[in-house]
Design a protein around this ligand. Structure first.
Ligand code: G1P
Length: 289
């Protein structure tokens, strides 16, 4: 099995649920504790061995490019002031020329379309996709767990978790044919089904390892749920050719595309941070709910 070296980050979405906070900053730059969401996503990809980072952006997203670029003025000031730790943090953040590629999705035509925009830049047999607003707190980074498990797979793999039936309309939902430990195999997958039509409560989170053939199906894909070109629909079309495997990762996922999920992520990440843990307990103790 060849190594998965490329990861696509679809970051063109409007972030309208977080307006006005996201009026002039990308939703992927929303901070959880001390880092923007997109930095968590890139760090997760790096930890999984990813070497090429493709960001599918849109207008108003230049803060993401700046975040992973060098910042000579800031770095000079930090150096002069002897702020070595801060300087190191900035250096670790930088993506080298050629490692980071930014391309535009010219119209909000859906996740499937966003992934298709990167087609010409994917050279290998398989590539990863991370949706930055799905943040996963885990001992071993989620994508790394998936790429380890992917070694024995021939088809597409998606990160999955169980959701309550009344939430299936928010996710891609798998129709399960077989379960093997952390792996669940699907003979169908449906984008945002109503509770009555949901074939299970096994939901896709924003982690994918996809075979290059997915592009072929995305090209032919008509608009689906919400009038958008859905990645889920292309996954469904590919099932007769290649197995679709859902991977039950170990960890806790937060939907940082919603205020509730983002707030909980802040609490969970602060609680997992030794310097903040005690203070967080004291602060939360001040409020009665
Ligand atoms: C997208 C996918 C959906 C998946 C979800 C995970 O939906 O289309 O299949 O379950 O991400 O967060 P979105 O949340 O972008 O509407």
């Amino acid at each position: 099995m060849k190594k998965v070296k490329t990861c696509i980050f679809p970051v063109a979405g409007l972030g309208s649920r977080f307006l006005p906070a996201t009026k002039s900053i990308p939703k992927e730059m929303l901070v959880v504790v001390d880092k923007p969401l997109i930095q968590y996503a890139v760090e997760e990809a790096k930890a999984a061995g990813i070497e090429r980072f493709i960001f599918v952006t849109s207008q108003g997203k230049s803060a993401i490019e700046d975040h992973f670029d060098s910042s000579p003025t800031l770095e000079t000031i930090l150096k002069k002031r002897g702020k070595d730790q801060e300087l190191q943090a900035l250096e670790g953040l930088r993506l080298e020329p050629g490692q980071a590629i930014y391309i535009r999705q010219h119209a909000p035509l859906g996740l499937g379309h966003a992934v298709l925009c990167a087609e010409a830049l994917v050279n290998e047999e398989a590539f990863a996709v991370i949706l930055a607003d799905d943040l996963v707190l885990s001992r071993e980074p989620c994508l790394k767990q998936m790429l380890n498990a992917y070694q024995k797979e021939q088809g597409n793999m998606v990160g999955v978790m169980d959701v309550p039936y009344d939430q299936t309309h928010r996710y891609g939902i798998l129709k399960i044919s077989k379960e093997e430990g952390q792996k669940v195999y699907a003979d169908g997958v449906f984008e945002k089904p109503d509770i009555q039509k949901a074939p299970s409560r096994v939901a896709i989170i924003g982690r994918y390892v996809l075979k290059k053939e997915i592009f072929h199906h995305l090209h032919k894909q008509h608009p689906g749920a919400g009038g958008e070109i859905q990645l889920t629909d292309a996954l469904q079309k590919m099932i007769p050719e290649k197995p679709l495997c859902g991977f039950r990762y170990s960890g806790q996922r937060f939907d940082c595309g919603t205020k509730e999920g983002w707030l909980e992520a802040n609490i969970a990440f602060a609680a997992s941070c030794p310097e903040l843990r005690l203070n967080l307990k004291t602060v939360l103790g001040k409020y009665s709910f």
